[in-house]
Design a protein around this ligand. Structure first.
Ligand SMILES: *[C@@H]1O[C@H](CO)[C@@H](O)[C@H](O)[C@H]1NC(C)=O
Ligand SMILES: *[C@@H]1O[C@H](CO)[C@@H](O)[C@H](O)[C@H]1NC(C)=O
Length: 185
């Protein structure tokens, strides 16, 4: 009987903690969240992305890509978002970029993209440690995330790939803005 009462107390305690946690979502960074290394980029990382972008532009000139999506022409600035929302935005952007950089490619481009791909994959891991829980993003971000999902379903992979690669520096700026937290304005 005593044992049973004790178990019940434990269960009650856990339930109480869980509901309190849900009632007071925290905007404070999580324990493993540390994006300090993305506050500025190493020149070799930037150069690797630049080289890949230039090579991709050459490939694009030789191919005929019909593409009219304007995913990255947003009416709002990343700095306008709260820090937890920037994390969500950046995770979605990195996810998109990584998917596009894993598409089949000619050997030369495949080689060039390895370093940026490695960097972006590492960044995505680090951003995932910072994703908010129990936090509802504002309408403008939700709308953009929906637009991205919709584009993934309706646009050709050639168009999506171009959109991602040509906007990599914008995504890196968003990553930097998320890493700078309150100092990105
Ligand atoms: C975050 O990571 C950097 C290295 O990337 C390290 O120098 C720094 O001490 C870390 N900060 C915290 C709070 O763990
Ligand atoms: C791209 O390069 C990586 C590493 O060099 C290799 O493992 C992979 O099979 C290559 N993929 C394609 C599509 O060529």
């Amino acid at each position: 009987m005593l044992h049973l009462g004790f178990t019940l107390l434990l269960v009650l305690g856990a339930t109480l903690r869980a509901s309190l946690g849900a009632a007071f979502p925290q905007d404070t960074p999580k324990k493993n969240c540390n994006l300090s290394k993305y506050q500025s980029f190493l020149p070799q990382e930037t150069r690797a992305v630049q080289k890949m972008k230039e090579q991709f532009e050459e490939i694009m000139l030789l191919s005929d890509r019909q593409c009219n999506i304007r995913l990255f022409h947003r009416k709002w600035k990343t700095a306008e978002l709260l820090v937890p929302d920037r994390m969500k935005l950046v995770e979605a952007e990195l996810d998109f970029a990584i998917d596009m950089l894993e598409l089949p490619a000619e050997p030369k481009f495949n080689e060039t993209r390895q370093q940026p791909l490695f960097f972006l994959t590492q960044a995505r891991e680090d951003v995932r440690d910072c994703l908010p829980t129990g936090h509802v993003p504002p309408g403008k971000l939700r709308h953009w995330l929906q637009k991205l999902e919709m584009a993934k379903e309706t646009e050709t992979s050639g168009c999506l790939e171009a959109s991602a690669i040509l906007h990599l520096f914008q995504m890196l700026n968003d990553l930097r803005c998320a890493a700078l937290r309150e100092r990105c304005t």
